[in-house]
Design a protein around this ligand. Structure first.
Ligand SMILES: NC(=O)c1ccc[n+]([C@@H]2O[C@H](COP(=O)([O-])OP(=O)(O)OC[C@H]3O[C@@H](n4cnc5c(N)ncnc54)[C@H](OP(=O)(O)O)[C@@H]3O)[C@@H](O)[C@H]2O)c1
Length: 334
């Protein structure tokens, strides 16, 4: 029997997530059944996809359940095991509860070497968001020298890696982010050729015309909405759009219309591909080899925000949906 602190979904949000959607509570976990393990959480990743999971929508993952702990990508340590594949002391990564401890059946859990990289990096620049950027850039956007790539949410966990990979491929790379400090980091540290502030810039079309004078050949789309509409209208012939996410739309109570003039997809022979990174897990070793190598050689920079304490996870998550995080948002639990 283990006493834990956990955060459960108290109610489903309508529009913006509010503090009363979460409830922190104490619970006592039962003794382990055969095949189960008890994991103490060290780091919890907060990610935009959690917002759609709070609603009861048809999606590629089932919604969170009311009065049950939310879950998220986490790094933790096995403290007790009745599962032959895992031993006490193993460091593991996988979906764990928003909680100090989780009882897990071992499915989808992976052992990691805790000495290979800072533990939190396994959730960011060496983890799912970076893998997402790598897959979308390498297999959909395919940027090259002489072309222009546009990345929205340019300094987020995914965007910061996507932009740097496009730059390493030789493209002219333009991004957008939510404040001046982020835009400066994108240009000075991540090597973007330009980055505009989507909160102060009123006319996205005009700023893209200025920063992408030859049009856009590839668009790594993280934000959706009006930013996407402006980029879509400026796609060149045979352009590629990796539709990764639409964070600006996740809190909308009513769906936004798509971009006008969809016939442009035909006229300009565009490829628009939505993707879910976990469908491509077989490519994880290729990603680790390439991105791990870039990190070691100092060719890839990364930025993260680490929030201390499980109790701060709800506020941090609500902040993520407003762009308050700078880079990968992670909660240090214990
Ligand atoms: N397809 C997949 O498999 C997959 C996997 C991972 C992530 N994703 C998607 O990829 C996107 C980026 O994820 P991430 O992990 O990089 O998230 P992240 O690190 O939290 O970055 C998201 C950023 O989006 C920006 N943003 C938030 N609300 C916005 C709005 N209304 N308008 C414009 N920008 C807004 C904020 O930065 P600013 O300050 O710049 O506004 C925020 O920091 C999300 O759409 C996510 O759902 C998809």
């Amino acid at each position: 029997m283990t006493d834990v602190t956990q955060i459960v979904l108290a109610k489903r949000p309508v529009g913006d997530v509010t503090p009363d959607c979460f409830r922190e509570e104490k619970a006592t976990l039962p003794a382990l059944n055969d095949g189960e393990l008890l994991i103490v959480s060290h780091y919890l990743s907060l990610d935009p996809y959690m917002r759609p999971r709070m609603s009861e929508l048809r999606s590629y993952v089932p919604p969170f359940e009311i009065d049950r702990p939310l879950t998220g990508g986490s790094v933790g340590e096995v403290v007790e095991s009745s599962n032959p594949k895992f031993a006490k002391g193993d460091t593991v990564i996988g979906l764990l509860n928003w909680a100090t401890h989780t009882v897990h059946d071992g499915k989808g859990l992976r052992k990691i070497d805790p000495t290979a990289a800072p533990l939190a990096a396994n959730l960011g620049v060496l983890g799912m968001p970076s893998f997402t950027a790598w897959y979308g850039m390498k297999h959909i956007c395919k940027p090259k020298a002489g072309e222009t790539a546009f990345v929205s949410a340019a300094t987020g966990a995914v965007g910061q890696v996507a932009g740097q990979l496009a730059k390493l491929a030789g493209a002219h790379v333009v991004g957008c982010a939510g404040d001046e400090q982020k835009c400066q980091w994108a240009v000075r540290e991540a090597g973007y050729d330009a980055c505009f502030n989507h909160r102060t810039e009123r006319d996205y079309g005009a700023v893209l015309d200025k920063l992408c004078p030859k049009g856009i050949d590839s668009n790594f789309e993280n934000v959706g909405g009006k930013i996407f509409h402006a980029a879509f209208a400026r796609m060149n012939n045979f352009g590629r759009i990796a539709f990764c996410g639409a964070i600006s739309e996740y809190q909308d109570a009513e769906p936004l219309a798509g971009p006008p003039k969809m016939f442009a997809i035909v006229q300009r022979r565009l490829t628009i591909q939505g993707f879910i990174v976990s469908d491509h897990n077989a490519m994880l070793p290729d990603f680790v080899a390439e991105v791990g190598g870039l990190l070691k050689s100092g060719k890839l920079k990364s930025r993260e925000t680490i929030v201390d304490g499980l109790a701060r996870a709800p506020a941090a998550f609500m902040g993520l949906l407003k762009g308050e995080n700078f880079g990968k948002l992670i909660v240090k639990i214990g």
